[in-house]
Design a protein around this ligand. Sequence first.
Ligand SMILES: NC(=O)c1ccc[n+]([C@@H]2O[C@H](COP(=O)([O-])OP(=O)(O)OC[C@H]3O[C@@H](n4cnc5c(N)ncnc54)[C@H](OP(=O)(O)O)[C@@H]3O)[C@@H](O)[C@H]2O)c1
Length: 345
Amino acid sequence: MSAAAPEPASASAPVPVSAPAAPRYLVTGASGMLGLDLQAALAARGADVTALGRTDLDVTDASAVLRAVAGHDVVFNLAAYTKVDDAESFEDEAYDVNATGAGNVAAAARESGATLIHVSTDYVFDGSATSPYPEDAPYSPLSAYGRTKAQGERNVLHEHPSGAYVVRTAWLYGKHGSSFPKTMLKLIADRDTVSVVNDQHGQPTWTVDVATQLLRLADAARTSAAGLHSAALRSAGLGSAGLGSAGLGGPHAAPGIYHATNSGETTWFGFTQALFGELQIDPDRVQPTDSSQFVRPAPRPAYSVLGHDAWSRAGIEPLRNWGEALHAAAISGVLEKHGNASGRR
Ligand SMILES: NC(=O)c1ccc[n+]([C@@H]2O[C@H](COP(=O)([O-])OP(=O)(O)OC[C@H]3O[C@@H](n4cnc5c(N)ncnc54)[C@H](OP(=O)(O)O)[C@@H]3O)[C@@H](O)[C@H]2O)c1
C-alpha cells in the first residue's frame, strides 16, 4: 500500500492531504466461475487489475507466486481444486492447490505488504449442526476436498495473520461454469420430472453477490489497514499525511473469517422449485427425494448454513436473501432455459 512519507505533526501548519493511490488488484484462478464475475465487478469500477488464470499462474509454484504478487495491494485468491468427488481419489493433488498453493499466496502477500482475500467453503464443516455455523466454529470436514480447504485456511491465517481475510462461500451459481441450476434446467428439458434431494440444507448463492461482497471487504480491509497505519504514526508522534481522510472513514474489517453466502436457507429441492418458478416451469415437476438415492464418492454436509455475524462487526451488510438473489439473477438472464423446459409446464 502506498502512502506519502509522513511529516511531523504541527499545531500551526495544516497537514497536507493527498488522495491515496488507487489500489492494484491481483486475481488468481481468474478464469473460474467466481473469478470471471469478480473480474467483471472490478472492471465496472475501472480498477487496475491483473487477472491470472491457471495457465498464467500456477499457485503451487511458490517463486512464480512471489513474482506475480509483487506490486499489488489486494490479492484475491480464487485458485482452487474444486472437483469435490475426484478429490477423494486425488487428495494430494487437491492439497497442492487448496492448502500449499493457498499458503504460497498468503506468504507472498505478506512479503509484499498486500491484503489477501482468500475464498473458501462450507465443506470445512460436517453439516451436523442445527443452527448456522458461526465463523469461529471448529473445523470438521467430511471429505478430502473439505480437508484440503480447511488446511488452506489454516495456512493462510498462519502465513499472513495481519492481512488475510478468509471468505467462505457455498452453493454457488452464476453465468459462468457449470452449476446446479444449469444441470437442473438441462435435465428438465428432456423429461417430465426431476427428483431432487430434500435432506441437504444450505444457502444458494449468486456469484455476482459474492463478487460485490469481496470488493466491499477489500475496501473495508484497506480502510482498516490505513487506520492502523495512521494510529501507528500518531503513537510515534507523527502525522497521517498521505493517508487521506477517505482512508479513515467507512467500514473497518478486521482480518479473519467471513461468510459470503446469500441469507436464509433452503434445500436443493426447495431451490429447484424456486428456480422453476422464476422460469415459468411448473414447480410440481420437481419431486423430493433423499440423499440415499444419490450416493456420491464425497459425502455432502446435511446442513451447510453459515452465520453472518462477522459482517455486522465490520459494518458491512450481509448478503441478501437467496430468493431475492435468485430473482435478480433470473431477471439478469443468467439462468437460461434449455430445450423445451418451459414448454412442459
Ligand atoms: N462452486 C461452488 O459452489 C463453491 C462453493 C464453495 C466454495 N467455493 C470456492 O470458491 C472459489 C472459486 O471457485 P469456483 O466455483 O469459481 O471454481 P472454479 O470455476 O473451479 O475456479 C477455480 C479456478 O482455479 C483454477 N486452478 C486450479 N488449479 C490451479 C492452480 N494450481 N493454480 C492456479 N489456478 C488453479 C481452475 O483452473 P482449471 O479450471 O483450469 O483447473 C479454475 O479456473 C474456490 O475457492 C472454491 O473452493 C466454490
